[in-house]
Design a protein around this ligand. Structure first.
Ligand code: FAD
Length: 488
C-alpha cells in the first residue's frame, strides 16, 4: 500500500524532501502556515519592485545541480543563472572599498594590490579550502548525522587539526592586512557563529566564495523555490497554503498525522521542516526529545533587521552585493553572541539586485535590501527599526557619496518579531542553529525522532546546518532515512 507523508512547512528543506519522497513512491502533502511557499526564501513584490525576503547569495551551484540531477533535471530547466562579476564589494570607509571580481585569477590580483605577497598566500589558502570542500560538500554533508563514525574517514583522520583550530586563527596566521582578514572571515558568517568559534575545516566556505563564485538566478532566489515547487508538483506532491499545523497527532508512540485548523489529517509518517524547536512544541511535553534547557544552551545564528526599499533613481558606487565593514566587527560580534544587545555601530549588508537584473525594479529605479545581523530575541519596536534605518542610511550616503533619503518611494521592514510570527522561529533566529564544533553533524538535533516512531525533522536547525544548499541536502538526507526505516 502507498504510504502517506504529511510535511509541515515549505522551506527549501521541506520542498527538497517532498520531491525525493514523491519520487520514491510516497503520497506527499505539504502544509504551509503562510499564504505563499518558500519559508524564509519568500518574495515581496511591491509597486513594480521585486525583493527576496531572505536569501540573496546563490553559492555552491554544484549542490543545486546535484539536487536537480537526482531527478534527471538541470537548474536551467527552471531558471536562468548568471555569474556575478564583480561577485561583491566590501566598504571599509568613505571611497575605500575592495571589489571581489568574478574569477579566482582576478581575485589573486586584487589581493596583491592590497597587500604585496598576499596572492601567493591566498593560493595556498584556497588550495586547502578546496581540499576541505571536496571532503565536506562532496561527501561528509551527505551523511545523516546518525553517529560520530560518519565523520571518521581516511580524509578526515589525516586532517584532524582542521577541526580543532578555528577559521580566525588560520586567516590571521597567514594575512596581516586587516581588510583582507575581514574579507576571508566573511564567508563563515553564513554558518551563524563568530569566525573564532568556527572550525578551520569550514574554510570550504572560502572555496565556495572565491573558487565557485557568486551567482544570481534571474528574477531572484524565489525562482529557485518556484522551480522546485514545479518539480514537486510534476512528481505528484500536493500543497496547502494558509495551513498551520497545530498539533502532531500521536498514538502509542507513533506519529499518526497532523491537525490543521482543527481538522485531523492522518498519515503514516510526519515530517516537519518548520523550526525544530517549534515542531516539538506540537507534541505533548513527554514526547519531545529536547528540553527548553537544551535549546537555551545552543549557539543560535543571528536574527536580522531587514529593510526592503524602493528608490526612485539608480544608485551609484555599489555592486549587486555590497558589505559595509566600516565599523568594528569585534564589537558588533560581542553584541550578537557575548552580551546580546542592539549594536551601537553595526556592520551591515546591502543588496541591489536591479543592478544586474532589470526585472527587479522599474526602469531608472533601484531595489535595495539592507540587512543588519542582530542577537536573537532582542526587543523589537518600530522606533528601534527606524532608528537603525537612519543610522545605516546616513552611513551609506556618506560612504558611497550620494544623497538618497529623498529618493525613497517606500520602505518595508522585517525583524525579530516577524521571524517569530511568520516562521515560528526560535527566539526569532534568521539562519537556524550555528555550525560550531559542538553543533556539527551527529551533535545536532536528529533527523529522526528518538521518542516517536514515524516522526522526522528537516531544515536548518538539524543536519547539516544553515543556508540554502545545506537545506536542500537536509531534505535529501531525511528522505533517505525515511526510505530506510519506513519501507512500503
Ligand atoms: C534574511 C536571511 C538571509 C539569508 N541569506 C542567505 C543567503 O544569502 N544564502 C543562503 O544560502 N542562505 C541564506 N539564508 C538562510 C536560508 O534562507 C535558510 O537556511 C533556508 O531557507 C532555511 O530553509 P528551511 O527549510 O530550513 O526553513 P524555512 O525556510 O524557515 O521553512 C520553514 C517553513 O515552515 C513553516 N512553518 C512554521 N511553523 C509551521 C506550522 N506550525 N505549520 C505549517 N508551517 C509552518 C514556515 O512558515 C516556513 O515556511 C538566509 C536566511 C535569512 C532569514
Amino acid at each position: 500500500m502507498v504510504k502517506k507523508i504529511n510535511i509541515i512547512g515549505s522551506g527549501f528543506s521541506s520542498l527538497a524532501a517532498s520531491c525525493y519522497l514523491a519520487k520514491a513512491g510516497y503520497k506527499v502533502e505539504v502544509f504551509e502556515k503562510n499564504s505563499s511557499l518558500g519559508g524564509r526564501a519568500r518574495q515581496l513584490k511591491k509597486d513594480g519592485f521585486t525583493f527576496d525576503i531572505g536569501p540573496t547569495w546563490y553559492w555552491m551551484p554544484d549542490v543545486f545541480e546535484r539536487f536537480f540531477s537526482d531527478f534527471n533535471k538541470k537548474a536551467s530547466d527552471y531558471y536562468q543563472l548568471n555569474k556575478l562579476d564583480p561577485a561583491y564589494q566590501v566598504y571599509f570607509g568613505k571611497n575605500d572599498s575592495v571589489i571581489i571580481p568574478g574569477s579566482l585569477e582576478e581575485i589573486y590580483q586584487s589581493f596583491e594590490e592590497v597587500e604585496s605577497g598576499s596572492s601567493k598566500k591566498l593560493q595556498k589558502f584556497i588550495k586547502k579550502a578546496r581540499d576541505n570542500y571536496d571532503i565536506a560538500i562532496k561527501d561528509l554533508v551527505y551523511r545523516p548525522g546518525v553517529t560520530a563514525l560518519e565523520l571518521i574517514t581516511p580524509a578526515t583522520a589525516t586532517r584532524l587539526s582542521r577541526f580543532f583550530s578555528n577559521i580566525s586563527n588560520e586567516v590571521r596566521k597567514e594575512f596581516t592586512n586587516e581588510k583582507l582578514r575581514q574579507i576571508l572571515e566573511f564567508p563563515v558568517l553564513f554558518l551563524g557563529a563568530k569566525p573564532s568559534d568556527t572550525p578551520a575545516f569550514y574554510s570550504f566556505m572560502n572555496y565556495a566564495d572565491f573558487g565557485l563564485g557568486t551567482w544570481h538566478p534571474e528574477g531572484g532566489m524565489y525562482q529557485v523555490i518556484k522551480g522546485i515547487k514545479e518539480l514537486a508538483e510534476s512528481l505528484g506532491v500536493k500543497f496547502h497554503v494558509n495551513s498551520p499545523a497545530e498539533r502532531i497527532i500521536t498514538e502509542n508512540g507513533k506519529a499518526k498525522g497532523i491537525t490543521v485548523k482543527g481538522i485531523d489529517h492522518f498519515a503514516d509518517i510526519v515530517l516537519s521542516g518548520a523550526d525544530y524547536h517549534h515542531s516539538e512544541t506540537l507534541l505533548p511535553e513527554k514526547e519531545r526529545q529536547y528540553s527548553e534547557k537544551y535549546w537555551k544552551k545552543k549557539t543560535f545564528a543571528p536574527s536580522s533587521l531587514l529593510f526592503y526599499v524602493g528608490f526612485d533613481k539608480r544608485i551609484k558606487n555599489v555592486s549587486h552585493h555590497t558589505l559595509f565593514f566600516d565599523s568594528n566587527f569585534k564589537d558588533h560580534a560581542k553584541d550578537i553572541y557575548d552580551h546580546p544587545k542592539w549594536p551601537e555601530n553595526p556592520l551591515f549588508y546591502a543588496s541591489f539586485p536591479s543592478i544586474t537584473d532589470t526585472s527587479c525594479a522599474p526602469d531608472g529605479k533601484e531595489a535595495g535590501i539592507f540587512l543588519i545581523p542582530l542577537a536573537p530575541d532582542l526587543t523589537d519596536t518600530e522606533e528601534l527599526r527606524e532608528h537603525y534605518f537612519n543610522i545605516i542610511l546616513e552611513r551609506f550616503e556618506k560612504i558611497t557619496d550620494q544623497k538618497l533619503k529623498a529618493n525613497i518611494i517606500f520602505k518595508e521592514s522585517f525583524c525579530v518579531k516577524d521571524f517569530k510570527e511568520d516562521y515560528n522561529s526560535y527566539k526569532g533566529n534568521a539562519y537556524g542553529m550555528a555550525n560550531t564544533l559542538f553543533q556539527t553533524a551527529f551533535l545536532r538535533p536528529k533527523l529522526k525522532s528518538k521518542k516517536i516512531d514515524q516522526l522526522y525533522f528537516t531544515g536548518q536547525l538539524t543536519v547539516p546546518g544553515p543556508g540554502v544548499p545545506p537545506s536542500l541536502i537536509s531534505g535529501k538526507l531525511v528522505a533517505g532515512l525515511i526510505e530506510k526505516h519506513e519501507q512500503h
